[in-house]
Design a protein around this ligand. Structure first.
Ligand SMILES: Cc1cc2nc3c(=O)[nH]c(=O)nc-3n(C[C@H](O)[C@H](O)[C@H](O)COP(=O)(O)O)c2cc1C
Length: 437
């Protein structure tokens, strides 16, 4: 029996400039503003048949280490970071098949504005627009928008529920066939087919209709990542694709079963949402070289504990600089990413903070993949078979054109030879490609 195919996507994390000290990054510290590296990435992964690129976002400069911005600015950690909808528009212009998914946080944009931005992206890309719907995780970002702090974790999801209801109603505010463009009668748009939505919620109000017009996909693709119980239920209800960072094959399998059970409870067919697991494979010409590379990464990780702790602090709103590195991690709570913290604490167990942070990374992967392209392709096939589907979301901390090529020109052809991923796009629109298998 031929192997079941799975999907590939790319999680564009951090800032292009942060790799400036690494080899093979050209003159990125001077060229980052034009986003050329990101556009080359988009073109390359499209050549390799990826379903989509997801552009991460956060809207603040970190200050979660010694209550200072120094470590974040000195190392270019997620800064400078450009407005994702602008970069997404450039990517739409540079590609023809790839799904483009900017992250837009619900606390920072009004639902009408998101519906308009993502709707426009869907139009200018001929049906390849998506939205990574996030609720935000840092009070520092809330302060950039005049709030003292973010709303409490679960009420952010209550707000998100209203938010997405408005966005969907706005995308639906143009009936099919509303644009007549009949020269004889002189009617461009049939006004009876364009409706207000008159939404009055607890948190938001919007009149509509959406003035940017209808979307080629009807509704752009929704991506979501909520890992808490509330987050998972929200994603099961609304998402076309879920991005997940859970550790190990058993946890991946359980996560997928959980999502499917939640989807059935919401009356949805589980096949209509594709679950993508974060990976960061280590690839080399030989197995030995790949193992050496992996060992080097562990050594490098041990040397930059403060950077790693600052990164964990960035997503959990915790300043670890005052914590004793040689004491057990203990109990911690967050109003930020609950799942990420829970995962860190679960793995830490009774270990010290130093031990726990050494083998933890916020850019970590669901499974470790190390080897030649062919070996890693085999490992990915085995993992997917065990988990049951749907695909992988690549990420690379310090990305270069060379490391991109390792994936698109090394690993992907090996996956294609095994019949595990597509060799050509089967459809023209983003959601249709996601639903193709
Ligand atoms: C792969 C992945 C990508 C994510 N991308 C973003 C992002 O770009 N911006 C953001 O604010 N949160 C991002 N998140 C965080 C999620 O939106 C969500 O807040 C987080 O998973 C915590 O959800 P929970 O509080 O329901 O556990 C991402 C999470 C994952 C797993």
């Amino acid at each position: 029996m031929p192997a079941e195919r799975f999907h590939l996507a790319w999680f564009l994390q951090g800032s292009s400039i942060q790799a400036w000290k690494e080899p093979w990054t050209g003159n990125i510290s001077e060229e980052w503003m034009t986003a050329d590296l990101f556009l080359d990435l988009a073109r390359n992964i499209e050549r390799a048949g990826f379903d989509y690129i997801l552009l991460e976002d956060s809207i603040y400069i970190g200050q979660n280490w010694e209550n200072s911005r120094e470590i974040f600015l000195k190392n270019g950690m997620s800064v400078p970071r450009q407005e994702p909808s602008v970069v997404a528009a450039l990517m739409a212009g540079a590609t023809r098949h790839l799904g483009i998914v900017p992250t837009l946080s619900t606390f920072a944009y009004h639902p009408y504005l998101v519906a308009r931005i993502v709707g426009t992206l869907d139009q200018v890309s001929s049906g390849r627009g998506g939205w990574n719907m996030v609720t935000g995780s840092s009070d520092l970002s809330a302060q950039n928008f005049g709030m003292d702090r973010l709303p409490e974790h679960d009420s952010r999801y209550d707000m998100a529920e209203e938010f997405i209801t408005i966005a969907k109603k706005l995308w639906g505010s143009w009936d099919p066939g509303a644009i007549v463009a009949d020269r004889k009668s002189g009617v461009l748009i049939d006004h009876t087919k364009v409706h207000t939505i008159d939404f009055e919620g607890e948190y938001y109000r919007s009149r509509g209709p959406l003035n940017s017009g209808p979307c080629p996909q009807g509704q752009p693709v929704i991506a979501q990542a909520g890992g808490s119980p509330r987050g998972k239920m929200f994603a099961a209800k609304h998402a076309d694709t879920i991005v997940a960072h859970v550790k190990g094959v058993d946890a991946m399998k359980a996560y997928r079963q959980d999502v499917h059970a939640n989807m059935r409870a919401c009356g949805r067919d589980p096949d209509t949402c594709k679950l993508m697991f974060l990976i960061n494979p280590i690839l080399a010409d030989t197995a030995e070289e790949a193992q050496e590379k992996a060992a080097r990464r562990v050594v490098e990780a041990g040397q930059s504990l403060d950077v790693r702790l600052a990164q964990l602090g960035w997503i959990t709103n915790i300043d670890f600089s005052g914590h004793d590195l040689d004491a057990p991690v203990g109990e911690l709570t967050t109003n930020g990413h609950q799942q990420s913290l829970a995962q860190f604490l679960r793995k830490a167990g009774k270990r010290t903070l130093r031990e726990a942070i050494t083998d933890y990374t916020t850019r970590g992967a669901s499974v470790d993949l190390v080897g030649t392209p062919d070996q890693v392709a085999g490992q990915m096939g085995e993992v997917m078979e065990e988990v049951g589907g749907d695909g992988f979301l690549f990420t690379q901390g310090n990305m270069s054109r060379r490391t991109i090529a390792e994936v698109t020109d090394g690993l992907v052809p090996a996956l294609q030879q095994r019949g595990l991923v597509r060799s050509a796009y089967g459809k023209t629109q983003f959601r249709d490609n996601l639903l193709e298998f």
